[in-house]
Design a protein. Structure first.
Length: 215
């Protein structure tokens, strides 16, 4: 292993788990990453701006290649390579009809008038029992899971979502603990639609979960 890479690995291994999560979630995923459990990383970011006062949804479609995905892009669409697929992620109203291979429509996504939004797209690969450090987001977060089970505890209660295709939505500002449950590797894609004047993710220490999620 090259000395510089070895030094980086050693430094990261000395970081607290929360700091490691924060750093990883702020950096892009490496190209063609190995699918091993670890902190979430972002796959794309897009400035969305203000949104009209109507319900918006996150549409997920896949394509066989980049050329076809890029040809289908709209003003609120992003082509994303993640978890072995070429995705087109789009924010649109309820009447929009995606092309490609339709995967899911997630939402509605809560928005506010007069706010300039940024969409942050991420991927996460958690082994059963693994959880993210306590944190909040400055906008709604949406999870779409390809494999595995999810438990989300927030200050508002608990959500359990099981099996491929499960969806979890988290309102802005809610303290949260996300845990992979069940027996299968949890692999999922994520949208954080947040106020671009604020950081998307903030780690917290002033909220204690009740232990409602179990591996």
């Amino acid at each position: 292993m090259p000395l510089l890479r070895l030094a980086l690995v050693l430094c990261l291994s000395l970081l607290p788990a929360a700091d490691l999560f924060a750093q990883a979630s702020m950096r892009p995923c490496p190209p063609n990453p190995n699918e091993v459990p670890g902190p979430a990383c972002f796959t794309a970011k897009q400035q969305i701006g203000e949104l009209p006062p109507e319900p918006f949804f996150w549409y997920l479609s896949t394509y066989p290649d980049h050329q076809q995905a890029e040809a289908a892009q709209g003003s609120r669409s992003t082509v994303v390579d993640s978890l072995g697929k070429i995705w087109l992620f789009t924010l649109a109203n309820a009447s929009w009809h995606p092309s490609g291979t339709f995967v899911a429509r997630v939402g509605p996504i809560a928005t506010k008038p007069g706010v300039s939004y940024e969409a942050v797209y991420m991927q996460s690969i958690f082994s059963p029992g693994m959880n993210a450090p306590l944190h909040i987001h400055s906008g709604m977060e949406a999870f779409y899971t390809l494999t595995g089970d999810t438990c989300l505890e927030t200050s508002a209660g608990v959500q359990n979502a099981q099996g491929p295709g499960n969806v979890v939505l988290v309102d802005a500002g809610l303290p949260m603990l996300l845990m992979a449950t069940g027996k299968e590797l949890r692999r999922g894609v994520v949208l954080i639609l947040h106020d671009s004047a604020q950081p998307p993710t903030t780690l917290i220490s002033d909220w204690k979960p009740k232990g409602l999620c179990h591996p």
